[in-house]
Write a protein that binds this ligand. Structure first.
Ligand code: SF4
Length: 334
């Protein structure tokens, strides 16, 4: 198929660097097709995240597609060839997966190359020189992966060699200071982008701790991951999980995620949290979970109180318990 305009696939994250990289190449007369790759770990509110990326792309006048790679990402997460970052973030393997998908898109859309906003030395794990080399090689994009913000510090690419891109108009930014990018953002009129430095949920120590707990117990499923984003999480002695909603919104989400065997517990007047019991529905576990309802409610009474619980809402039952000691609760915290 013949075409007369050079075209590039641009990986967009909603952050400044990726938008800037796309604008730098667009300024050379290249058609840009943006793409954001999303996983279940993108944000606590994935829909909101996608919306924000779309808005910042729209403001930058970049057309963007959304690609969900959640399923394939779970395999990468379980066995990352290049290990994890400071938490459970397999950034190098994640980037390789994104770029392999971008390569397919490049071929399908008859584009000439792929661009990213990667900056040499900006991030400890995935933007070291060796890591950038590995990512390029393992994504099979050698010669076709252009990183406009650091391009002059890297090997020349095919589009530069062919004269599709003027190397002189690319940049040689490196390191963690973001001043050069902020300066360029003004030049390219970029106003709306995510705050720098944000990774996905896998870089958040609290979330990572909960995920490690699932990994150790070999309980990593899409369903269990969905719960990790909400509430406070605890493990009872036999490994049964108790999840306590922190506010009304979380209570609603947790109840909507409830599966058949899960039990919901709450105070009859609903003036406390909704609690989900996931695992073994023994009398002892139900009692512990009910005590946690009281402990996380406003009453925190040492006297007996009634807690309602059910697996099926048409068969509600009640149990009388008092609150649990704070130290005991904290010992079970995940
Ligand atoms: S921070 Fe998360 S989304 Fe970003 S590269 Fe690392 S694993 Fe992938």
């Amino acid at each position: 198929m013949s075409k007369n305009k050079t075209k590039a696939i641009a990986l967009i994250s909603g952050g400044l660097d990726s938008l800037l990289a796309a604008k730098v190449i667009e300024a050379q007369g290249v058609e840009i097709q943006g793409v954001v790759f999303v996983t279940q770990f993108a944000s606590r509110d994935t829909e909101g995240f996608i919306q924000r990326v779309k808005e910042s792309s729209r403001d930058a006048d970049i057309d963007i597609k959304v690609e969900d790679m959640s399923e394939e990402f779970l395999e990468v997460l379980a066995r990352p060839e290049h290990g994890y970052g400071s938490q459970v973030n397999p950034c190098i393997d994640c980037k390789i997966l994104m770029l392999r998908k971008a390569k397919k898109m490049m071929e399908k859309e008859n584009a000439d190359f792929v661009i990213t906003g990667e900056v040499l030395g900006e991030r400890p794990m995935s933007q070291r020189k060796e890591a950038l080399q590995i990512i390029k090689k393992r994504s099979h994009l050698e010669g076709y992966l252009l990183r406009p913000l650091s391009a002059k510090l890297m090997e020349i690419t095919v589009p530069e060699e062919k004269g599709l891109i003027d190397r002189e108009k690319l940049y040689s930014i490196s390191g963690r200071s973001r001043q050069p990018q902020f300066k360029l953002a003004k030049e390219y009129g970029l106003k709306r982008f995510f705050a720098p430095g944000g990774g996905c949920l896998l870089t958040d120590p609290r979330f990572a701790g909960r995920l490690k707990d699932l990994m150790e117990r070999k309980e990593v499923t899409a369903e269990n991951i969905a719960f990790l984003k909400y509430g406070r999480h605890f493990r009872l002695k036999d490994g049964t999980k108790v999840i306590v909603g922190r506010d009304e919104k979380e209570n609603d989400v947790l109840c909507s995620l409830k599966k058949n065997n899960d039990i919901i517990l709450r105070l009859p007047e609903k003036n406390g949290p909704d609690v989900i019991l996931k695992g073994i529905n023994s009398d002892e576990n139900i009692k512990k979970a009910a005590e946690m309802v009281i402990s996380h409610s406003s009453s925190k009474n040492s006297e007996l109180e009634i807690v309602e619980y059910w697996r099926d809402e048409t068969e509600k039952k009640e149990i009388s318990v008092s609150s649990m000691a704070r130290e005991e609760i904290e010992k079970m915290r995940v």
